[in-house]
Ligand binder design. Structure first.
Ligand SMILES: [Zn+2]
Ligand SMILES: [Zn+2]
Length: 374
């Protein structure tokens, strides 16, 4: 169970300490890179340190809340094995945990069963909301079954739970330059440069996110949201072998930590992707047009072309490089195209962070129902 809460650990693929909460090879805090970091002597990496106690306290509330609502695992001990335990007086299904015997009635009824995904694809989206002043921004993460296309899980960096100060997002009025180059290779390069310019790799500055003065809850650092997000997914589906993420370095860290055991045992692969899709209907085969090494870690990216469409993929772990051709964010693209046409979503800037997230959640339910009918 401890691995569910591990956040301070080596995050390097190929290192024997990947995902381990403790190791004789660790020393911390180390300030060599200008921030408090853990140093792993085996691979030489310096992942930024988190306040473990504050993370644990937030994550346990988040997991409990998710479990109480969805019924996917026990809200008290987080075990996944549950049995149906009759109905409450209102006729709602009750569940009992096989392990600690807790009985509860999930709020989401009827209970949804989700087909276990083979591949998970994850994309972020910045969504406007009404906060202390207009045009505040929420950081939202969407994960999809990359093959079936349904939404598996969404998170935002608004949290109704109590959070320690170290987990809160702090806008320093210093927005990152937009990555807009029309050449996909240049875009990947720009983004890598941007990661290096941050005060630390996981400290994204995406815009102002001040809640209304009267609002409950808090706005989390997106890296914390990402760790919570992938913790839920890896807890539900520890066996997933293929992970596809948008090109953002802290999504890499959060994914590799959440499924650390699989990655350490070389049972799963993780891909960065960027796409430039001009013709959604194109059915030509993808062709490899070249390779390029990018960024601090000199990761090798493949450049692929299909008619007027281009994509770049980068295998970050064990895996078959030739599978790059089949790696796609189509599930995310299709959903976001649909989402942007929904009125509730279009007027998000008029509503509070909490309401915007509720509205998006309701829309994902609607979208999944459409996917099921196909
Ligand atoms: Zn290491
Ligand atoms: Zn339990």
């Amino acid at each position: 169970m401890t691995s569910l809460f591990t956040i301070n650990c080596c995050k390097s693929f190929g290192c024997k300490n990947l995902g381990l909460a403790s190791s004789p090879d660790y020393s911390w805090p180390e300030y060599r890179l200008g921030y408090a970091a853990l140093h792993c002597r085996v691979c030489g990496s310096y992942p930024p340190l988190f306040n473990e106690e504050q993370f644990r306290s937030w994550l346990s509330e988040y997991l409990t809340d998710f479990a109480a609502k969805s019924g996917h695992f026990c809200p008290r001990c987080y075990q996944r094995e549950t049995i149906r335990y009759g109905h409450n007086p209102q006729g709602s299904q009750r569940l009992q945990c096989r392990s600690c015997k807790k009985v509860w009635t999930p709020k989401q009824q009827p209970l949804a069963t989700i087909v276990p995904p083979e591949q998970i694809a994850t994309v972020p989206l910045i969504v406007p909301f009404q906060g202390a002043c207009t045009e505040q921004k929420l950081y939202v993460l969407f994960s999809f079954d990359a093959i079936r296309g349904n939404v598996l899980h969404i998170s935002s960096n608004f949290t109704p739970h109590l959070v320690g100060d170290s987990l809160r997002y702090r806008w320093r009025d210093n927005v990152e330059p937009e990555v807009i180059h029309d050449d996909i290779v240049e875009r990947v390069r720009q983004r890598e440069t941007l990661f290096l310019r941050r005060s630390q790799f996981d400290e994204i500055q995406y815009g102002s996110a001040m809640l209304k003065r009267s609002a409950n809850g808090a706005v989390l650092r997106p890296v914390i949201t990402a760790h919570g997000h992938f913790r839920i997914l890896s807890h539900l589906w520890p066996e997933v072998k293929t992970h596809i993420i948008s090109h953002e370095c802290f999504l890499r860290g959060a994914t590799i930590t959440a499924w650390a055991e699989s990655f350490r045992n070389r049972h799963a692969s993780l891909w960065f992707i960027d796409e430039e899709i001009n013709d959604n209907k194109c059915t030509l085969p993808w062709q490899l047009r070249g390779k390029t090494d990018q960024g601090w870690w000199q990761n090798q990216w493949q450049i692929l072309e299909q008619g007027s469409n281009r994509k770049m993929v980068c295998l970050l772990t064990e895996g078959h490089v030739e599978k790059g051709i089949s790696i796609t964010l189509a599930a995310g693209r299709n959903f976001l195209d649909w989402l942007r046409q929904q009125t509730e979503f279009q007027c998000s800037a008029r509503y509070s962070a909490h309401s915007v997230f509720q509205a998006i959640r309701a829309l994902t339910g609607k979208y999944n129902a459409l996917i099921d009918k196909r």
